[in-house]
Each structure stands twice: as structure tokens, then as C-alpha cells.
Ligand binder design. Structure first.
Ligand SMILES: *[C@@H]1O[C@H](CO)[C@@H](O)[C@H](O)[C@H]1NC(C)=O
Ligand SMILES: *[C@@H]1O[C@H](CO)[C@@H](O)[C@H](O)[C@H]1NC(C)=O
Ligand SMILES: *[C@@H]1O[C@H](CO)[C@@H](O)[C@H](O)[C@H]1NC(C)=O
Ligand SMILES: *[C@@H]1O[C@H](CO)[C@@H](O)[C@H](O)[C@H]1NC(C)=O
Ligand SMILES: *[C@@H]1O[C@H](CO)[C@@H](O)[C@H](O)[C@H]1NC(C)=O
Length: 460
């Protein structure tokens, strides 16, 4: 005989399962949000405890017999709201669904979306979301816990940022996360703005002309939008919404996918926008996002990464200075340098250093071949992405290596240096490996537009 409570328990059990099922659905997609990925996608242990250093921390303890001298952290701002343009397009798509109530009966997805509240306003335009503040405060606390000697009270912190509001706000949040004990030097300025370092791409005329303002430069991205993979996604979404496929295009579908990613990152909810997509669709849309990153910020064009050599050299100038100061037993003038920029700041720099480079370029027609690509922007530059250089002074007797060594961490995980496949390098070896960039990459020359040679024309 069945217990009496069984029948009554069933529906409530099903209700209990519902959020679980939704959570599973979003977990299925959230790995494919590209540059709109939560930082937790690359460090899932933070979902349980945002201050935990995670399972990788044990393996990335300070190298034995070494003391950190300088830490340089390049950060992407935390979780942000959509840009005004994205909000406008989402509003348009939503309004279009609201105008078709008749179709709703056979289209539960369309009905759910019509019931969804369009709460984004254009004035939010790319600003830092409350979650973005938490991203930064927590990151600051984790870095301080990992490098207590550097973040000790009264050490000097240099904090610089891009001029964008979300970056300045991220800098302030990072600072708050550290607590009041650090010194900011003599001036009272909390965050110093330096766009020539953090937004070098805006200042590079050649990049602007060749890539940013050049429609043909994104031809692979545009071709993929019109290609068979996107076509399939378009048809599926159109049918789920009971819209004629002609009324949709890749940009609108991308905006719907963005809405799914923003609602998760900003509000920690799985919105009805997500129900339009399967995991297969998400992979296609991730590739579209990665294609754009690749051609605009990555290996697609040399100028993308060459424009970052100003930042690369600045990093090594400060490392040099710290080494010099250490050698002459002076206090390190800048033990902590934290700079806040964009995905567009980090991605070119990582490309300049040769990281995440696939054997073949990402193209419109090699989606399947690139299934296991290294260049996945969601893994490289999610919100609050951080690239950290740590310079150590090591006790020679115990290491029998050079005194000065360097580690690099991306998103709090040690990176393998390309020249050695190791997670630590002597400073000399590192500089040697990047000698050509350090000596021969000059921002001014790299970024100068090729001039028409008037003299040559005259002589013709
Ligand atoms: C930005 O940083 C560069 C390199 O350190 C420096 O030369 C420049 O003066 C800085 N600009 C501002 C506005 O602080
Ligand atoms: C635009 O990009 C295409 C493709 O890379 C290139 O051939 C062309 O020279 C670029 N145009 C300008 C004005 O830089
Ligand atoms: C986000 O939502 C999940 C699932 O509903 C929940 O377990 C988690 O605690 C939430 N996280 C935050 C930071 O609110
Ligand atoms: C590093 O490891 C990869 C894969 O194991 C190998 O292909 C590469 O040649 C190694 N590089 C060096 C410098 O040892
Ligand atoms: C311009 O062309 C002339 C003749 O070909 C050459 O001698 C000169 O070096 C060129 N100038 C520049 C700035 O490239």
C-alpha cells in the first residue's frame, strides 16, 4: 500500500526540481558566453566560497627560498551591464515579440519572453554592475591572501585605470577590498587614469584604420554570420519564437544569447532567453564571439597585438627597476602595481606573448576543426580576468639558479612559459625570450599609418 503522503508529495517535488533543472540548463550554456562569461566559469570553486584560493593554490605556493619583490596585476573590470547599443537592440527584439500575441499559443518560448520584464535602460551603458564590485573586492582579498608579504600594511600600491567608468569603479572596489591599511603614496588620488597604457588600441592609428574602422577586416566574422552553422541556429530560434526566419538575423540572435548571459552574470538567474538555445547553439554563438576577438584583438592581424607593446615594455621597465633596487639593497619603490583595463587590453598582450595560439587561424569555414581550439575568450578574458606578473628574489644557495625569477598567473592559475614549459622562469631567460619585442617593438612606429611617399610620387 502506497503511503498516503506520496501523491501529495509528487507535485511539490516536481516544483522543487524546477529551479534545479533551470540551473542545469544555464550551467550547460554558461561555459560558452565568451567575453560575457562569469569569472566563476574559470574558477568554479568560487561559486561555493568567493574567498577560497581553490584547489590550484596548493600547487602554486611561493617557490621555495624565494620572496616576492613586485606584483603587477592587469585586470579586466568586473561584471558590467550591457552597452547602450546592446540594450537598444534587446529592447527592439523584445518589442517585436510583444507585438505578436496571437502566435504565443503555440510558442511557449515566445510567451515566456513576452512576459519577461525589459528592465535594462540605455543609461546603464556598460557600467559596472553590483556583482562587478563584488568580483573586484573578492579578487583583491584573494590576491592579498596569496601574497601576504606584498599586501602587508603600509606597502605602497600604485593603482591605474582606463578612463572608462566601469574600470574606475572596479579600481575603487579593488581598493576597498584591500581594506584601509595600504598606503597610496603621497597624493590622495585613489586611481590614476592612463589610457595610453590601458586603452592603447584607441591611440594606435594603424589599428584604428586597418581594423577598427575597416569593414572588410571583419570579413570572417561576417561570413560566419551568414554561414550554415548560424543559419541552423537562426532557423531554430525563429521556429521557437514562431517568427518568420526572415525577421531574424545573426545580430538579433546574438542579442538574445547576450541577454541570457547578462541575466546570469548580473542577476544570477537563468532567464527565459536561455531557453531559446541548446548547448550546440551556444557553441556556435561562442565561436562567433571568438572569431570577432580573434580578428579584432588576437592573432588575426599583427597590429592587434603589436599595439600592446607599450604596455608590455612598461611591465618590464618596472620589473627592471625592482631588480635594480633589490641589487643595490634599496626598498622597492613599486611593490604593487594594479592596472584596470578591458578584455581588449589583456587579449592583445597575451597574443603578443604568444599565448593561446592555434596552429590554424580561426575562420568562418573551420568551425568544426576549431572545436578544441586554445583561443576561447571565455577561458581567457571573462569578467574580472587578471594577468599577474610576480617577481621573486630567490636564495641562490638553495635554488642554484639565478636570484631573480618570475611567475605569471592568468585568472589566478600559474601559466606555463613557452620557452621552458615551466611555471617559473629566471628573469634573464624571460627577457631573453622576449628580447625582440622588448628591443624592436616601438608603439609609435608600429602604430604609424603608412605614409604616401610624396617624394617618390614627385619623381615619377
Ligand atoms: C602612462 O604611463 C606611461 C608609461 O608608464 C607614462 O609614460 C605616462 O606618463 C603615463 N600617463 C599618464 C597620464 O599618467
Ligand atoms: C582593410 O582590411 C583589409 C583586409 O585585411 C585590407 O586588405 C585593407 O588594406 C584594409 N583597409 C584599410 C583602409 O586599411
Ligand atoms: C546564485 O544562484 C544559485 C542557484 O540558484 C545559488 O545557489 C547561489 O547561492 C546564488 N549565488 C549568489 C551569489 O547569490
Ligand atoms: C612544451 O610542451 C609541449 C607539449 O608537451 C611541446 O610540444 C613543446 O615542444 C614543449 N616546449 C618546450 C620549449 O619544451
Ligand atoms: C621615398 O621614395 C624615395 C625614392 O624611391 C626614397 O629614396 C625615400 O627614401 C622614400 N622616403 C621614405 C620616407 O620612405
Amino acid at each position: 500500500m502506497a503511503p498516503r503522503w506520496a501523491a501529495a508529495a509528487l507535485p511539490s517535488a516536481a516544483l522543487l526540481l524546477l529551479p534545479l533543472l533551470l540551473a542545469v540548463a544555464s550551467a550547460g550554456l554558461s561555459g560558452y558566453f565568451g567575453t560575457k562569461s562569469r569569472y566563476e566559469e574559470v574558477n568554479p570553486h568560487l561559486l561555493r566560497d568567493p574567498l577560497s584560493l581553490g584547489p590550484a593554490a596548493a600547487g602554486s605556493r611561493l617557490p621555495a627560498a624565494c620572496a616576492p619583490l613586485q606584483l603587477r596585476a592587469l585586470l579586466r573590470h568586473g561584471t558590467r551591464y550591457p552597452t547602450a547599443g546592446q540594450i537598444r537592440r534587446l529592447g527592439e527584439l523584445h518589442a517585436r515579440l510583444l507585438r505578436r500575441p496571437a502566435a504565443a499559443a503555440g510558442c511557449p518560448a515566445a510567451a515566456d519572453l513576452a512576459a519577461w520584464q525589459m528592465w535594462y535602460e540605455e543609461s546603464l551603458d556598460g557600467r559596472l554592475a553590483p556583482q562587478g564590485r563584488r568580483d573586484m573586492e573578492h579578487l583583491a582579498r584573494r590576491l592579498a591572501a596569496r601574497f601576504p608579504a606584498l599586501f602587508a600594511a603600509r606597502r605602497r600600491l600604485v593603482l591605474a585605470s582606463s578612463s572608462k567608468h566601469r574600470c574606475l569603479q572596479s579600481g575603487a572596489a579593488f581598493r576597498r577590498g584591500l581594506g584601509p591599511s595600504l598606503s597610496l603614496g603621497s597624493d590622495e588620488v585613489e586611481v590614476e587614469v592612463n589610457d595610453s597604457l590601458m586603452r592603447f588600441f584607441d591611440h594606435c592609428a594603424k589599428f584604428v584604420a586597418l581594423v577598427e574602422e575597416n569593414d572588410t577586416a571583419m570579413c570572417q566574422v561576417n561570413a560566419f554570420k551568414e554561414g550554415p552553422e548560424m543559419r541552423k541556429v537562426l532557423e531554430k530560434v525563429a521556429s521557437a519564437l514562431c517568427l518568420p526566419v526572415e525577421e531574424l538575423n545573426a545580430d538579433l540572435v546574438q542579442v538574445a544569447f547576450l541577454a541570457c548571459s547578462y541575466e546570469l552574470a548580473i542577476k544570477n538567474v537563468t532567464s527565459p532567453w536561455c531557453s531559446l538555445f541548446s548547448e550546440e547553439d551556444a557553441k556556435v554563438l561562442e565561436y562567433l564571439n571568438d572569431l570577432k576577438q580573434y580578428w579584432k584583438r588576437g592573432y588575426g592581424y599583427d597590429i592587434n597585438s603589436r599595439s600592446s607593446c607599450i604596455l608590455f615594455q612598461d611591465i618590464f621597465q618596472h620589473l627592471d627597476k625592482a631588480v635594480e633596487e633589490s641589487k643595490s639593497s634599496k626598498p622597492i619603490s613599486s611593490p604593487l602595481i594594479v592596472q584596470i583595463g578591458h578584455a581588449e587590453t589583456l587579449q592583445p598582450l597575451l597574443a603578443l606573448m604568444g599565448f593561446f595560439k592555434d596552429d590554424e587561424p580561426l575562420k568562418a569555414n573551420n568551425y568544426v576543426r576549431q572545436m578544441h581550439r586554445k583561443f576561447r575568450s571565455g577561458r581567457i578574458v571573462p569578467y574580472a580576468a587578471n594577468l599577474v606578473f610576480v617577481l621573486y628574489h630567490c636564495d641562490q644557495v638553495k635554488t642554484s639558479k639565478e636570484e631573480y625569477q618570475v611567475q605569471m598567473l592568468l585568472n589566478e592559475k600559474l601559466m606555463l612559459f613557452h620557452h621552458s614549459n615551466e611555471t617559473i622562469s629566471t628573469y634573464t631567460d624571460l627577457k631573453d625570450y622576449y628580447k625582440d619585442i622588448l628591443e624592436n617593438c616601438h608603439f609609435k612606429e608600429e602604430c604609424a599609418l603608412p605614409k604616401v611617399n610624396i617624394t617618390a610620387v614627385d619623381e615619377l
